[in-house]
Write a protein that binds this ligand. Structure first.
Ligand SMILES: Nc1ncnc2c1ncn2[C@@H]1O[C@H](COP(=O)(O)OP(=O)(O)OP(=O)(O)O)[C@@H](O)[C@H]1O
Ligand SMILES: [Mg+2]
Length: 267
């Protein structure tokens, strides 16, 4: 493992463009990594103005309180898991790092592998750029339309340039990821941009996340088995097939070096 014993990896879900899937992917990926992959993590929601990570946890808590059935199912699930749910904290972008460090210091229950930051809708202002540079890695969802690409590219380039030229910044890489991809349509724009991004030296994840209605399915409406977007559950494997999520988790773990390497004899 690449990290030292004391410092978890900071992973930000961020973009200059709103509505590209930052919160959705942060929620689903965090739940898969924690509940299935067994990583120890917590989340800092830096988007206080919207229906983001923290509010999803609140909605889920309410739904469980109001449903004895669901509450029983979750109790059984958590006792077989042998862990409680991961923490979801909230903080202004300016205070997000202090909030995370405070939680890392306070933790008495083993060390954290990862801290996930859900960024606000627009990452253009200086405090958001600063927060971006304080991440180890950023995962930035992109969509194949020209206007969206212009702002996504300018953000990615800024982070890349500042990461290389400034000292004392934590950022190691910004990973771009195609999201909401329509599998039925071959997109020339996406192919064009994919080539361009690679030529320009950006890290473009090979996996693609497909568009599907289930990305909005929550516990309250779809119950224990049908929930896709949840802070208590990873989406059921059968529901994940064909979405690209498992490929994403695999590729992400390799890129942020949290994948335990087998028999290589190295750290
Ligand atoms: N792969 C997908 N397929 C279908 N819908 C998706 C997918 N990813 C995200 N969405 C939908 O897109 C909408 C915006 O997603 P989300 O809120 O995660 O974006 P965001 O980048 O966090 O937005 P904001 O910038 O406002 O914080 C939501 O309705 C979500 O359900
Ligand atoms: Mg969001």
């Amino acid at each position: 493992m690449a990290q030292t014993n004391t410092s978890p990896i900071f992973l930000g879900f961020s973009s200059q463009k709103g509505g590209v899937g930052k919160s959705t992917l942060a929620e689903i990926v965090s739940s898969i990594l924690y509940y299935e992959e067994g990583l120890n993590l917590f989340v800092v929601d830096c988007d206080l103005s919207q229906d983001s990570f923290y509010k999803l946890r609140q909605r889920e808590k309410n739904a469980i309180e109001n449903s004895p059935d669901m509450s029983r199912q979750l109790q059984t699930y958590f006792s077989s898991l042998g862990r409680i749910a991961y923490r979801v904290l909230k903080a202004d972008p300016e205070n997000a790092i202090a909030c995370a460090n405070d939680q890392i210091r306070k933790n008495t229950n083993g060390r954290y592998d990862l801290v996930v930051f859900d960024f606000p809708g627009h990452a253009g202002t200086s405090e958001l750029l600063q927060l971006s540079l304080d991440m180890d890695y950023i995962l930035s969802p992109i969509e194949a339309d020209v206007q969206s690409m212009v702002s996504c590219l300018s953000y990615a380039r800024t982070i890349q340039d500042m990461g290389i030229s400034m000292r004392d910044v934590r950022i190691k890489d910004i990973m771009l990821l195609w999201n909401k991809v329509d599998r039925r349509v071959k997109s020339k724009l996406m192919d064009y941009y994919s080539d361009y991004l690679v030529k320009e030296g950006f890290t473009l994840l090979q996996c693609r996340i497909h568009a599907a209605h289930r990305f909005s399915h929550e516990l309250e409406q779809y119950g224990f088995r049908g929930a896709f977007r949840s802070t208590y559950l990873a989406p059921a494997k059968a529901l994940r097939s064909g979405t690209g999520l498992d490929e994403l988790v695999e590729e992400l773990l390799m890129n942020i070096r949290l994948k335990k390497e087998v028999n290589d004899g190295k750290d």
